[in-house]
Design a protein around this ligand. Structure first.
Ligand code: CP
Length: 315
């Protein structure tokens, strides 16, 4: 096993072996989830805080369920019901939670670098659940887990990520994870949202959707990240859908066994035709199911590393 970090802050600092360790551990936890008794005692006595300063459905609930399945105590923190609204800083908020003996902080924040920032001074573990447009490591891990489950291996696959790449933390973390595992990554969308600079990450950039999807083994669709766009990036949603939506005509041009993926939330009729999201080739809900196993694995591994470090310091 290759893992010795008490945090999971990004994908770019992971080795391929560390990515594989998380995926293999997740496979074991997925098997636990298929048993009649789904609980494991590995986090008994630990307190996990879901520190979400941005909205979330999948990630927050998935982490909550993952921590519960591992027998931890879980605290859900949301900005609206907190003293962040009264001007308290993120740092003071986190330190107060640590004063209540929190062990693991799962952090989602609009600022890129928020999780890295907290990891600099908190004694507990920090897991990045999405920071600005920078990263969403557990999303990328559950995506590559799902690809591996369906395709056997990620190495050599052609993966196309289609949509708003510029503002997407999912895209960045996916690119890192896919490249670590040896996939060929193609990015496509409006030129304003898919700048050529992404070629420096080893990706192919194209504005021709037919070219982007024709040889793809996986098509991963991303929504427009309106919440992070500060200016108009394309003329209208209708025009975007016409030029870049995965509709039936385009689906017919893909390989018959190409997987259709989406991290959610889906904007049906914009980046994907509604019934394609629910078709046989769609693995969108498999991604959600696998997210639970991946997050159990991450919680387990960071806790093991933190305990190992604490034991060494005691010794
Ligand atoms: N994929 C994802 O991060 O979804 P949520 O924003 O609902 O957590």
């Amino acid at each position: 096993m290759s893992w010795n970090s008490r945090h999971l802050l990004d994908i770019e600092s992971l080795t391929p072996e560390e990515v594989i360790t998380i995926l293999d551990t997740a496979r074991e936890f997925k098997a636990v989830g298929e048993r009649s008794i789904k609980k494991s005692p590995v986090l008994r006595g630990k307190t996990v805080v879901n520190l979400f300063a941005e909205p979330s459905t999948r990630t927050r609930i998935s982490f909550e369920l993952a921590a519960t399945r591992l027998s931890a105590d879980i605290v859900n923190f949301t900005t609206e019901a907190s003293s962040l609204r009264k001007g308290e800083t993120l740092k003071d908020t986190a330190r107060n939670l640590e004063a209540l003996n929190a062990d693991i902080f799962i952090v989602r924040h609009e600022a890129s670098g928020a999780a890295h920032f907290l990891a600099r001074f908190l004694h507990g573990s920090v897991i990045n659940a999405g920071d600005g447009a920078h990263g969403h490591p557990t999303q990328a891990l559950l995506d590559v887990f799902t690809i591996r489950e369906h395709k056997g291996e990620v190495k050599g696959l052609n993966v196309t990520i289609l949509g708003d790449i510029l503002y997407s933390r999912v895209a960045r973390s996916n690119i890192w994870a896919l490249k670590r595992l040896g996939a060929n990554v193609t990015l496509c969308g409006p030129s304003t949202l898919v700048p050529k600079v992404f070629e420096q990450m080893g990706c192919t950039v194209t504005y021709d959707i037919d070219r982007a999807i024709e040889n793809a083994d996986v098509v991963n669709l991303l929504r427009i990240q309106h919440e992070r766009q500060r200016k108009t990036m394309f003329p209208s949603i209708g025009e975007y859908a016409k030029l870049f939506s995965l509709d039936h005509a385009r689906l017919a041009k893909t390989k018959p066994d190409a997987l259709i993926m989406h991290p959610g939330p889906i904007n049906r009729g914009v980046e994907i035709a509604s019934d394609i999201a629910d078709c046989e080739r769609s693995v969108i809900l498999d991604q959600v199911t696998n997210g639970l196993a991946v997050r159990m694995a991450v919680l387990y591994l960071v806790n093991q590393a933190a305990q190992g470090k604490a034991a060494r310091q005691d010794g």
